[in-house]
Design a binder for this molecule. Sequence first.
Ligand SMILES: *Cc1c(COP(=O)(O)O)cnc(C)c1O
Length: 420
Amino acid sequence: MTGHPTWYDEGIQHIWLPYTQMKTATPPLPVKSTDGVRITLADGRELIDGISSWWAAAHGYNHPYILDAVKTQLETMPHVMFGGLVHEQALKLSTRLAAMLPGDLNRCFIAESGSVSVEVAMKMAAQYFINRGEKRTKFVHFRGTYHGDTLGTIAVCDPEEGMHGMFKGMLAENLLTDLPRTPEDAERFAAFLKVNAPDVAAVITEPLVQGAGGMVFHTPETLQWIRMACDAAGVLMIVDEIFTGFYRTGTRFAIDQAGIVPDMVTLSKALSGGVAPLSVCVARDTIFDAFYDDDPMKALMHGPTYMAHALGCAAANASLDLFEREDYEAKAEAIQHQMMAELAPCGFLNNVKSVRVKGAIGVVQLEDASAIEALKPKFVAEGVWIRPFRDIVYLTPPLIIEPADLTKLTGSIYKVLSEA
Ligand SMILES: *Cc1c(COP(=O)(O)O)cnc(C)c1O
């Protein structure tokens, strides 16, 4: 008996939780409902959300405008197979994303999860060269990066993050290097890419922030250097905007700050406002053209059952409406300023290594992370949902958060860390 509802006591025996040692982990909290920036637990306690459900709920939970769009779509058509059939929500979404993204990023492949969109981008890159009569089997990826949990994507994650050691022999052998952070690094990286170019289909990177790898920032120059090196070596560039897309770093897309056009961009998370699973891999015309042929073997051979899910696409179109109607750049900037001011005092606490903020991402990094797990229940006791990981306590609140609620989040971080 846990004092939890019956469905909890029964079902907890049958569920397998993510990233969780089921034997030792603190049991998860049962949620009854969500609304705005609040999560209500089964026992009636309310938590202010500092994470946005893994960065997806940019407009907060249960936004009436998105809910209405999904309800309308639900009554018309929840889903239909995307083979041989198309529908308005998916095509509208594609037209809109093509208009929003820079350059000739014009072709959208709509899938259901972020990892799958990264897999699709990687397949597009590999087959782009195959269709041109070249076999390139490797990807260049960076230390500290996260691109998903499937076997294809963990092979381009940080080796520790992707647990390459554990899965040795099963993962594709790719080329790991450090993100270029200085002009000297950039030169070294360009030379490295040139030498390896005959084997390399694409370089893959997160733009401006390595999210799941510990919220580590880099500058727009890094992206420009990678783009230049790719151009010089004749290698494609995949930018994974799944975390950063839709104003998390301050601008609509992180690449907007660098002024570059990648060959493929992946989007998910805030795309559908945290309401339904949806992801998109957007490719340039130059990539699409290499598949456009009389030869059926040159087609892209990929098609998830639930791809272009109509409810997900309806949620995404509604989410894009909201992003267009209101000034989200201003919202992200206001959050940035408030977090800078309110998290700064954490920098004077014992055990704090650094405090950093970029857009609507606020990070307090600890010197000694050995007690990080113990912080989790303390945040819940404060009435906030904050999930420290590795050596960081971070905030990625819904972009519509009110200043008083954000103060409650930053204040809880200061309080919990100062008492720890
Ligand atoms: C979350 C994330 C993914 C994986 O998306 P899923 O929907 O969890 O498969 C990939 N790349 C980045 C940068 C992410 O933040």
